[in-house]
Design a protein around this ligand. Structure first.
Ligand SMILES: [Zn+2]
Length: 191
């Protein structure tokens, strides 16, 4: 049996949705665009896996689509990223995809008692079922966890990232996005 990591810290979920980024020229760069890109990303997050088949890569793109769509739902009433404002999975389908992937793990509850009581999950799943399920679980843990209320999408020009606010007034995912937004606003005022 393998212990499943608690994804509430958002590290895995944000890495998955972060495979879609802006390309610096107003478009979108997709690390999952070809199958080699999917494999390269998986090697970073699930070391030791053999390369995925084309069909397995396609299934992982669908999990990511469900994940980004769930992120878009989670930030409401704040705006979703421009990628999801253009195209997103229905809430029902995203929920079903994520739940199916987690259920396919046939997760079992484990309870640890030492100086505290902790509940975890373990699975006997391997390979593709493990990867899909672990990603879906990481997304669900994060979006139902304590950091979710601070999740926002960056509305700076070109940016398509989701991020967790450090403080309530943070609007941009990073300083360079804030600078770009200020420059754009300034240019608009002077037009
Ligand atoms: Zn940004």
């Amino acid at each position: 049996m393998r212990r499943l990591r608690d994804g509430a810290d958002g590290i895995t979920a944000l890495a998955l949705v972060g495979t879609v980024a802006h390309d610096g020229e107003g478009g979108v760069a997709d690390r999952f665009e070809d199958d080699a890109g999917v494999d390269a990303w998986l090697t970073e997050h699930f070391p030791g896996l053999p390369p995925r088949t084309a069909q397995e890569c396609e299934r992982l793109r669908a999990i990511r689509f469900a994940a980004r769509s769930a992120f878009a739902a989670a930030v409401a009433p704040h705006p979703a990223s421009r990628v999801e404002r253009q195209r997103r999975m229905s809430d029902e389908e995203a929920a079903r995809r994520l739940a199916d992937a987690v259920n396919d793990l046939e997760p079992r509850v484990v309870i640890d008692i030492d100086d505290a009581v902790r509940r975890g999950l373990e699975t006997a799943a391997e390979g593709q079922v493990l990867v899909e399920g672990a990603l879906a679980l990481a997304v669900t843990d994060f979006l139902t966890g304590p950091l979710a209320p601070r999740l926002r999408s960056c509305q700076a020009p070109r940016c398509v990232r989701y991020f967790v606010q450090d403080h309530g007034r943070q609007q941009w995912c990073k300083a360079s996005c804030g600078n770009r937004a200020r420059v754009a606003r300034h240019a608009q005022r002077h037009r």
